[in-house]
Each structure stands twice: as C-alpha cells, then as structure tokens.
Design a protein around this ligand. Structure first.
Ligand code: B12
Length: 263
C-alpha cells in the first residue's frame, strides 16, 4: 500500500473514519461514501511555485496552476485502481475538495500537519500550501494516535486578515476575502473596497503569507502545477481549466472591473 500511495502523493496519512463521521459536510458526493467506511487515506499535494510565478499576479497562489481538481483526482484515481486490484473485496472511493470529508480536520488527525488559527492545515515541509484529497475505504487501516494538533497561535493571521474574519480559529465566511471574491451578485461597498485594495481578483493568500510556519516552505515537485502556471486572469483569456472556472465569467469580470476602478 505504501508504494502505491507514495507514487500518488508526497505526503499522506490515515484518519479513522469514526473520528470524522460526526463532522461530515453535507454534499451530493456524500452518497459515494462506502457503506461501511472505516478509513480515510488523506493525501496532500504541495502547490507552492517559485516566487517568479507570483510576480505581478492578480490571483491567489492556489489558482496560478491549472484547476487542481482534475490533477489530483487523476493521481488518486490511479492509486485507487491499484488498491482495488491489490485488495479485492474492499471499496476505495476518491474525493477532492467537493467532498463530505472535513479535509483539514482529517489531515490533522492523520498526523500530516497542524490546524492553523486560519483554519488551514499547515504541514512541516510545505507549510499550508497544499491541496488535500482522499481515498475513503471500508478497509481497516492502522492509524496514529489521532490527536488534532494546533499551530503556535502567534496571532499574525488574525491581525492581518483584511475582513477580520478569523475569530478564535474559526473563519467567518461572510467576512473572508477569499469567499467575497467568489460571491455572486451585488457586493456591498465595503466588500468592493476589499477587492479593490487587495490587488487580487480571485481568492486570498494574506493569512497564509504572514504565517511564520510558511516561511521556507518547500516548493512543489508536482510538474503538472508548474507546467500549467498562469499568474493573471484578464477579460480576454478563456477561463476554462482554471481554478476559478466553476464560478463563471460574470464574477471574474466584475472583480476585474473593480480592480480597474482602482487604477
Ligand atoms: C468551504 C471551503 C472554503 C470556504 C470557507 C472556509 C472556512 N475555513 O470555513 C472559503 C470559500 C472561505 C474557503 C477559502 C479558502 N480555502 Co477552502 N475549502 C472549503 C471546503 C470545501 C470545506 C471547508 C468546510 O466547510 N469544512 C467543514 C467545516 C464545518 O469545518 P469546521 O468544523 O469549521 O472546522 C474547521 C475549524 O474549526 C478547524 N477545526 C475543526 N476541528 C478543530 C479542532 C481543534 C482542536 C482546532 C484547533 C481546530 C479545529 O478545522 C476546520 C478547518 O476547515 C474545504 C474542502 C473540504 N472538503 O474540507 C476547502 C479547503 C479547506 N480550502 C482550501 C483552500 C486552499 C482555501 C484558500 C486558501 C483558497 C484561497 N487562496 O483563497 C482559502 C483560505 C481561507 C481560510 N483561511 O479558510 C484547502 C485548504 C488546504 C489546507 N492547507 O488546509 C481545502 C482543504 C480544499 C482542498 N481540497 O485542498 N474555503
């Protein structure tokens, strides 16, 4: 099993399903969970690129590579197919992001990182610049002691958050700039100003950029991320295949207009 998972992801661990079963996220994908789910094999995919890729960028770091969902799903699908062949009789179901699994919590229980006050998983080697995905199985797998570990609570993310959205390690979504850039419809003047002054029209990295546990984070070795890097969104480039494509052009164009108003 180790070789199969090592080929898929540079960092993974096991979270017993029972430890997150009361925190499942309601979504359509929930119906795909194996009936007798026993273990969550949680995997992390580092995405930090060389600084040169972020120069003059107007989108958050996670959206510089092409949409990560198909990239990590392809890797996990391959691993799941190999696991099904090796362990017939067990189910292996792949999820990424659009998942009933509270991924940050599961990853911390699996021992692959600490939960930051910004609510993100921070790994020792790659900091919080990792995407999470998982294979849920009805196979019982040995896990660690399953304790959630917390960050050093220096308070820098809380202080730097432009919307003051971080309250005691919980995110108030309505105030989170990442959420605001994704919101459809009419924004309040305050929300518009947050987008104008951030210089970022999709997502937000502020709580990650100020985190001391992120300094010196290793760059990704996943070639699919580097090969597809594109650090600006603009009105003329098609959005297909980018991390923000699911939201549709209207929201992107609105945010681009807000940036223009500032210039
Ligand atoms: C909805 C969502 C959002 C929403 C709301 C985020 C939020 N923090 O509530 C919005 C749109 C704002 C968002 C933004 C971002 N997101 Co998001 N998001 C999700 C999603 C789909 C679900 C999260 C969720 O609802 N969790 C369940 C809720 C109910 O969790 P919760 O009970 O509140 O528990 C949280 C805390 O309380 C804490 N916690 C829980 N138990 C305990 C116990 C203890 C002791 C402690 C200390 C803490 C703690 O951990 C949980 C962290 O999520 C996940 C994918 C997934 N399936 O998990 C991605 C995910 C969390 N997002 C991700 C990313 C990359 C981002 C952004 C960085 C993108 C960007 N650059 O703009 C920002 C970061 C903003 C931030 N600081 O959270 C990654 C995070 C990777 C990582 N290293 O952790 C995930 C895992 C997606 C992925 N597959 O990689 N996101």
């Amino acid at each position: 099993m180790k070789e199969i998972l090592d080929r898929a992801s540079p960092l993974w661990g096991i979270c017993p399903f029972v430890k997150i079963k009361d925190n499942l996220i309601e979504c359509r994908a929930k119906s795909r969970l194996p009936v007798n789910s026993r273990s969550v094999i949680i995997t992390a995919f580092p995405y930090l690129l060389d600084e040169k890729y972020y120069k003059d960028s107007n989108i958050s770091k996670y959206s510089v590579p092409a949409d990560y969902h198909p990239i990590i799903t392809a890797r996990l699908d391959k691993a799941a197919a190999e696991l099904r062949e090796k362990y017939p009789g067990y189910e292996f179901e792949v999820f990424a992001d659009n998942s009933p699994i509270p991924e940050v919590r599961a990853a911390s229980i699996a021992g692959i990182g600490v939960i930051g006050s910004n609510s993100l998983l921070i790994t020792e080697r790659y900091g919080s610049f990792v995407f999470l995905g998982e294979i849920v199985t009805d196979m019982p797998l040995a896990a660690g002691n399953g304790e959630i570990k917390e960050c050093i609570k220096c308070g820098r993310c809380t202080a730097a958050c432009p919307g003051s959205a971080i309250i005691n390690g919980k995110i108030d979504r309505e105030k989170c700039l990442s959420h605001i850039t994704q919101k459809k419809g009419i924004l309040t003047e305050e929300e518009k100003n947050m987008i104008r002054s951030s210089g970022c029209i999709w997502g937000c990295d502020i709580c990650q950029n100020v985190c001391p546990l992120n300094s010196g984070a290793d760059l990704t070795q996943i070639k699919e991320f580097e090969e597809t890097a594109k650090n600006r969104a603009d009105a003329d480039t098609p959005i297909e295949g980018r991390a923000y494509a699911w939201r549709g052009e209207k929201v992107i164009r609105r945010n681009l207009e807000l940036q223009k108003e500032k210039e």
